[in-house]
Design a protein around this ligand. Structure first.
Ligand code: FES
Length: 163
């Protein structure tokens, strides 16, 4: 259930536009910021606020990579499987991360910290193989570099928890 505060933020967002549906993606991202993903209930409530049917909103949610219909980890690791990354052995990146985190593609670690998903070209082809974690892009990945990144994120999460 969306809080009244969140509904107010959404109403404020959609007030500036010809039609509320223009802001559908923004609204879903805002909801995710508070709830982590777009649950069925959130989809229904958001569609009402946007003047859309739940099916129309579902179609948009399916189209956009960054809208999550299932719960995801604090850090969403998107590994590029575009042509250039594929040529630079992106599979070894997938295998390395999978072995370090003990999850397969599409899964989330039991501690809720990491989710691993595929993504098509990140526009970082000259630094393939590449991945994106939340809003940060990393390229020229090697097993050592991946280990450092994962460790940094674990440290960051522990620090945030301790605060
Ligand atoms: S193919 Fe991977 S970043 Fe372009």
């Amino acid at each position: 259930m969306l809080s009244n505060v969140l509904k107010e933020i959404i109403r404020e967002k959609i007030a500036h536009g010809e039609h509320p549906r223009e802001h559908a993606v923004d609204v879903m991202l805002e909801i995710q910021k508070h709830h982590g993903h777009m649950s069925d209930e959130a989809m229904i409530e958001a569609s009402k606020l946007l003047g859309m049917t739940p099916l129309e909103l579902e179609e948009l949610a399916t189209f956009y990579d960054h809208i999550y219909r299932e719960p995801v980890g604090k850090y969403v690791i998107r590994i590029c499987d575009g042509t250039l990354c594929w040529m630079q052995d992106h599979l070894s990146v997938v295998e390395h991360i999978a072995s370090r985190l003990g999850i397969r593609m599409g899964e989330t670690t039991p501690d809720g910290l990491f989710t691993m998903l595929p993504v098509c070209c990140l526009g970082y082809c000259d630094r393939a193989p590449a991945m994106m974690i939340n809003q940060r892009i990393f390229g020229r990945l090697t097993p050592q570099k991946i280990d450092r990144i994962l460790q940094r994120l674990r440290d960051e999460a522990s620090l945030a928890e301790a605060e």
